[in-house]
Design a protein around this ligand. Structure first.
Ligand code: IMP
Length: 477
């Protein structure tokens, strides 16, 4: 192995620990000042994060979170899948906010192109999973499958950049076949033209070297590796088929960026104090269990969307909070916490904090610390009849405790959470910045959680704005 030198840089990782939407972006935004590069290592436009820049709210999907720091270099890794048309729309947004990605957005040539045919096939065949409809699974599947008969399925950006006409020939053929197979009425020429324009605009971002970041780290660069989706949706460790199609954890970060693993310094996770899930899939601690999943996924998540719920239930939240029906409590939590898909408006399914799942994610990824978001929303329990904060501190199967997270969907669906109750608090803590001013009840929850997960809790978010964070600085020790 090449010798490391003391002037070499290092790489840190930030990943989501539950089922996505943990709010990683705001921490990455803060951490970004300490790094030279911010690199996205998995997924594609199925991810979403909001970044504030020059008074503009940017809804980003593929561009890494550090974009609002003009001096940071940005990277999209080899195991990502890229929609170039959507990428251009994001670049437009960034430019509207007075920022630029010129000479600082770099994309691995090994990333795969999300072809228009992939999106058509995702929409036509993957409804049962409740995917984001971005062609993610089909693109990754075709990347693995490579060919069908004599037809090439996957197009990587290297081919698009170096053998453009050949690549467009492949894309055209795949699109014509998808059009016929799924009987969709689309204008093939218009779609190809749109893609060609997008490619022309971003082609200079496609780097020739798949190991660009390895070279950068040898030059002393400090790199932050940013995950998308989360461990609960991991291609390997999530519960198939209700997962995404990429690996989401720390090992995947190094695989995707060609950084040798011994350059790893720290790895952090982000978790929500009241976790949520969108799409189908098992969720042991969901308010309302399977009924909530079915309700939220009615008409693919479109029926009971944000607009519907706010109009129907917005005026009687207190009543819902006091209901004996956990499905109704969940609706109140969703409205109160504005828990709807950022781009789709789909209702997110809320649950109580699940420490068995969280510890699993922390242990498998060897994390050095975690950030919690939505600490302020922990006060919702004071609005419920039980007036106790409930947390799942273990799992039981057939009445007996188990010390693992089942790998099978059926087995996991039979797991019962073991609940521990903590004293509730009703304070609004959204203005708190000093950990000593947090309610003692929340500190007790955090202290006990830290002991149980055996991992340092670094900070807690107390509101959606970037500055609404309380650093714990040893308060729990
Ligand atoms: P896909 O990644 O679009 O194939 O969707 C697969 C599953 O992952 C679905 O349940 C999606 O709702 C979920 N998913 C994908 N990306 C995200 C995300 O960024 N946040 C939350 N859920 C996601």
């Amino acid at each position: 192995m090449a010798m490391r030198s003391s002037s070499d840089g290092y790489a840190d990782v930030v990943m989501g620990l539950q089922h996505g939407d943990e709010g990683k972006g705001r921490f990455i935004d803060d951490l970004a000042v300490n790094y030279d590069w911010i690199a996205r290592y998995n997924g594609g436009p199925n991810a979403g994060h909001t970044v504030e820049a020059n008074g503009h709210k940017l809804a980003l999907h593929q561009i890494p979170s550090g974009v609002n720091h003009p001096d940071k270099q940005l990277y999209i890794g080899s195991n990502c899948v890229v929609n170039l048309v959507k990428l251009c729309a994001e670049i437009d947004e960034v430019e509207r906010a007075g920022l630029s990605v010129k000479d600082r957005l770099h994309i691995s040539p090994k990333a795969s192109l999300i072809q228009p045919s992939h999106i058509i096939e995702d929409m036509a065949t993957m409804k049962d999973v409740g995917t984001t409809g971005n062609g993610i699974g089909v693109t990754y599947a075709h990347r693995s499958l490579r060919v069908e008969g004599n037809r090439q399925l996957d197009v990587q950006l290297s081919t698009l950049a170096t053998d453009t006409e050949y690549a467009f020939g492949v894309i055209r053929r795949n699109l014509e076949i998808a059009k016929e197979k799924y009987d969709v009425s689309i204008d093939v020429e218009a779609m190809l033209n749109q893609l060609r324009l997008a490619f022309d605009r971003v082609k200079d971002c496609i780097d020739r070297r798949p190991d660009l970041l390895r070279g950068e780290i040898r030059k002393g660069m400090r790199i932050l590796l940013e995950g998308a989706q989360a461990f609960g949706l991991d291609q390997t460790y999530g519960i198939t088929p209700d997962i995404t199609s990429s690996n989401t954890g720390v090992a995947a970060a190094f695989q995707s960026t060609a950084i040798p693993v011994d350059y790893k310094r720290y790895a952090y996770g982000v978790a929500k104090m009241i976790p949520t899930r969108v799409g189908h899939g098992p969720f042991v601690t969901e308010f309302g269990g399977r009924r909530s999943e079915e309700y939220c996924m009615e008409e693919g998540g479109k029926k009971y969307n944000k607009e519907y719920e706010k109009k129907t239930y917005g005026h009687r939240l207190n009543e819902l909070f006091l209901s004996d029906d956990p499905l109704e409590q969940g609706i109140a939590i969703r409205i109160d916490g504005d828990e709807y898909g950022a781009s789709t408006g789909r209702p997110r399914r809320p649950g109580i904090l699940d420490l068995q799942q969280l510890k699993y994610a922390i242990d498998v990824n060897g994390l050095d610390g975690i950030y919690f978001t939505k600490g302020d929303k922990k006060n919702v329990f004071s609005r419920m009849k039980g007036k106790a904060i409930t947390i799942a501190t273990g799992y039981a199967l057939n009445g007996l405790p188990i010390d693992y997270v089942p790998a099978d969907k059926n087995e996991l669906s039979r797991v019962k959470p073991v609940i521990t109750n903590y004293e509730a608090f009703s304070d609004d803590i959204s203005h708190v910045r000093d950990s000593h001013h947090l309610p003692p009840q929340l500190l007790e929850v955090l202290r006990d959680t830290q002991d149980r997960i055996a991992c340092r809790i670094i900070a807690v978010g107390v509101g959606p704005r970037r500055e609404q964070v309380v650093q714990l600085n040893g308060t729990l020790d």
